[in-house]
Ligand binder design. Structure first.
Ligand SMILES: Nc1ncnc2c1ncn2[C@@H]1O[C@H](COP(=O)(O)OP(=O)(O)OP(=O)(O)O)[C@@H](O)[C@H]1O
Ligand SMILES: [Mg+2]
Length: 381
């Protein structure tokens, strides 16, 4: 999205442009100086989709009115200290989206994000569900970190929804931020759910990765219905390219709803006899639900060669030879989990990071040229 910032001095225009640039990835932000009443000259053929007009006066608003008469799709944000009621009315009449009293980065970036989302290309809306075969298989770690790896790819917007309603801890794997809201609160307000409400309920880990946390209280989990989950996932699909679900381990109407909505399910197992037994049970469940085999991609986590139960036993148990493995690497994984920092950030050369990057490459292939850059960055540490 192309944005032009106009202010009375170059220094001020650049300072505001820098704030705007940090609102979202992929914004093309130009800056210009111009008298507030000569917008046409300032816009000057660069055809932005959004104008950020710093210090615009009443005359300037008339100029904006004339400009947006010719370009009705042009959006505008105005920064104006102490705007009068007459100024606000005129701003509304000429279609200004926001009038901000100062160049406060938080308010400015939120206003830019609202508009840039409207102009964003349609979301891919693919749903990927992670489910542990047994407690501690690593489903949450893998879901959270795959979401992070995908969100580092150019142009991808990713949501992580923590649907392990009773014991969810997915946010803690990525961030120390406290969630302002959670799945239970969104469910309580489900009739008002839209893209803005969902976003406001999520923790923004980065401009391209948002997390909807599980409820903090166990009892709140019981109030959430399968139809709430359906509405939340469907809304998330409209605005995110990948919607990663941590489904937890319990089989109930909520988790079945989540699994139904997923294009791809990743059951996470480890090579042990109890897990082998549960993997068989899960396979039977998936069969009875009528899921086609290609909806399932079994992930063998903490994989190491020479264990008593080998990969072949698992291939037989789950009736699939295309198992993916994620190696066992205690040092890097426990550092990531205990610090709450994505493993890709903390330990780029960890074999676990590499396995996640490989999985992301299968899910969302990067073209050859870009991939070279990606590989170089992988080995630059
Ligand atoms: N590839 C790995 N190598 C080493 N340790 C790992 C790996 N994956 C996960 N772990 C360890 O396993 C622990 C449990 O992982 P996680 O919480 O993701 O499991 P889970 O399947 O979500 O469990 P729960 O059933 O409790 O939700 C992590 O805290 C981490 O220490
Ligand atoms: Mg978990």
């Amino acid at each position: 999205m192309k944005i032009k910032v106009v202010s009375s001095t170059q220094q001020r225009a650049e300072a505001v442009a820098r704030m705007v640039r940090e609102s979202a990835p992929g914004l093309e932000v130009l800056s210009a100086t111009g008298a507030p009443d000569d917008l046409v000259a300032a816009v000057n053929g660069s055809q932005p989709s959004l104008l950020v007009l710093d210090g615009l006066n009443q005359q300037g608003l008339d100029g904006l009115g004339a400009l947006s008469g010719k370009h009705p799709e042009l959006e505008a944000i105005v920064i104006s200290p102490e705007p009068s009621p007459a100024f606000l009315l005129r701003a509304m009449q000429v279609g200004v989206r926001d009038v901000l009293p100062s160049a406060d980065p938080v308010a400015l970036q939120a206003a830019v994000q609202r508009i840039s989302r409207k102009h964003a290309p349609a979301a891919r809306g693919e749903v990927l569900a992670f489910m542990g075969c047994k407690g501690g298989s690593g489903a949450t770690f893998l879901a959270a970190n795959l979401a992070h790896v995908l969100s580092s790819r150019e142009g991808l917007r990713v949501a992580l929804l923590d649907l392990d309603l009773q014991f969810g801890d997915a946010l803690l794997m990525l961030s120390d931020q406290r969630p302002a809201s959670d799945v239970a609160e969104v469910a309580r307000d489900i009739h008002r759910l839209d893209a803005e409400l969902l976003r406001a309920a999520m923790v923004s880990v980065s401009p391209t990765l948002s997390v909807l946390a599980a409820p903090t209280e166990l009892s709140q989990a019981l109030e959430i219905k399968a139809s709430d989950i359906e509405a939340i996932v469907k809304q998330a699909r409209q605005v995110f390219d990948y919607v990663v679900l941590d489904v937890g381990r319990s089989i109930d109407p909520v988790s079945l709803q989540a699994l139904d909505l997923a294009q791809q399910i990743y059951p996470v197992v480890q090579l042990s006899l109890p897990q082998l037994r549960d993997a068989r049970r899960l396979r039977t469940l998936f069969q009875s639900l009528g899921y086609p085999p290609d909806k399932l991609q079994w992930l063998v986590n903490r994989y190491q060669k020479s264990t008593e139960i080998g990969l072949e036993a698992f291939e037989q148990a789950v009736g699939n030879k295309d198992l993916l493995t994620v190696p066992n690497h205690f040092a890097s994984v426990s550092a990531s989990v205990n610090q709450g920092v994505p493993i890709e950030k903390l330990a780029r050369s960890s074999p676990v990071t590499r396995a996640l990057l490989d999985l992301a490459q299968v899910i969302a292939p990067v073209e050859a040229g870009k991939k070279d850059k990606w590989f170089r960055s992988l080995f630059s540490h």
